[in-house]
Design a protein around this ligand. Structure first.
Ligand code: DOR
Ligand code: ZN
Length: 349
């Protein structure tokens, strides 16, 4: 029986922090577990330029103690009319390693996203030249495509041609959810990698409907069938440097989740590592967790691996029922359940 595992401190390569008072709740949760995080730009209004990204970064850091060494890595939200020079400015800032492609209408605050990939070919050309990473929400938005097929359709319609047209552009296929995506990435070029969330490793789509409709298991891309979950687990624990940790932790108030038209997003910012450890342990692959959580993302982004460590204890963690959040509550993924792993505390921030 393993009693503890010590890992190089991990990074979260896909995260939503929101803004304003929300930061007080969610930023310390993430900084406790991770050294760095790729921060998504889908605020309202979206983060479409360097000045906005750097101001947002400053607000994130203001939610932490002065001694914190947490480093928010910012992203720009691509729009049809973005000026390519913004890419050069982003690169020069030293704090913005990536830009995010949201197909318009794909998810939360994506209304300003890209309406046709060809509209941003000039930007992608510049990103390829400057060595900036493209993070992709990989779902088509056509309403006649079944919600469970949107990721697979995106591979054929958008991602395959894009990789051919930009053979040197580094692309992260974010939060993959299907066997097709896992296979496409595994067999794809070295410029292509993927992040995987804890919810897609732990749950299949039954979880959304177990005993009634359970909005805190609703995220986008939506949970898929069990064979897809198994493919993702296999990919994450394979030791391949093409798959790495990205929680897609996406806080919403319980009021906005538990309603007639609820928001997509699972909150895992508090307990992501314990969730990932649970998933890896379920297939006897805890020894592959460090590569997935702490090495492969940094290597892909061309950033140094972290030097600090964290320790997970083989001690039970009861996931809180909720956190106080924006005059309301934030319900974490798997709230109230017990996991076998808990992060040793206190950890250096
Ligand atoms: O479930 C999701 N929530 N998927 C996304 O792509 C966006 C995110 C959010 O921002 O709420
Ligand atoms: Zn996301």
């Amino acid at each position: 029986m393993t009693h503890s595992i010590t890992l190089t401190k991990p990074d979260d390569w896909h995260l939503h922090f929101r803004d304003g008072a929300a930061l007080q709740t969610v930023v310390p949760h993430t900084a406790r577990q991770f050294s760095r995080a790729i921060v998504m730009p889908n605020l309202s209004p979206p983060v479409t330029n360097v000045d906005a990204a750097l101001a947002y970064r400053h607000r994130i850091l203001s939610a932490l103690n002065a001694e914190s060494r947490f480093d928010p890595l910012m992203t720009l939200y691509l729009t049809d009319d973005m000026d390519p020079n913004e890419i050069n400015k982003a690169k020069a800032s030293g704090h913005i390693p990536a830009a995010k492609l949201y197909p318009a209408g794909a998810t939360t605050n994506s209304a300003h996203g890209v309406t046709n990939i060809k509209n941003v070919y000039g930007i992608l050309e510049r990103m390829q030249t400057m060595g900036m990473v493209l993070c992709v929400h990989g779902e088509v938005t056509a309403t006649d495509i079944d919600i469970f097929d949107r990721e697979a359709a995106f591979i054929d319609q958008v991602l395959s041609p894009l990789l051919q047209d930009f053979p040197k552009l580094k692309v992260v296929f974010e939060h993959i959810t299907t066997t097709q995506a896992a296979q496409f990435v595994a067999s794809g070029p070295a410029q292509l990698a993927a992040t995987i969330t804890p919810q897609h490793l732990l749950y299949n789509r039954n979880e959304i409907f177990r005993g009634g409709i359970r909005p805190h298991f609703y995220c986008l891309p939506i949970l898929k069938r069990e064979p897809h979950r198994l493919s993702l687990l296999n990919a994450a624990a394979s030791g391949s440097g093409k798959f790495f940790l990205g929680t897609d932790s996406a806080p919403h108030t319980s009021e906005r989740k538990e309603t007639s038209c609820g928001c997509a997003g699972c909150y895992s910012g508090f307990h992501a590592l314990e969730l990932y450890a649970t998933a890896f342990e379920s297939v006897g692959k805890l020894h592959q967790l460090e590569g997935f959580a702490s090495f492969f993302g940094a290597d892909f982004y061309g950033l140094p691996r972290n030097k600090e460590t964290i320790t997970l204890l083989n001690q039970s963690l009861q996931i809180p029922d909720s956190f106080a959040y924006l005059e309301d509550e934030l319900i974490p993924l798997a709230s109230g359940e017990t996991l076998n792993w808990s992060l040793q505390s206190p950890n250096p921030l």
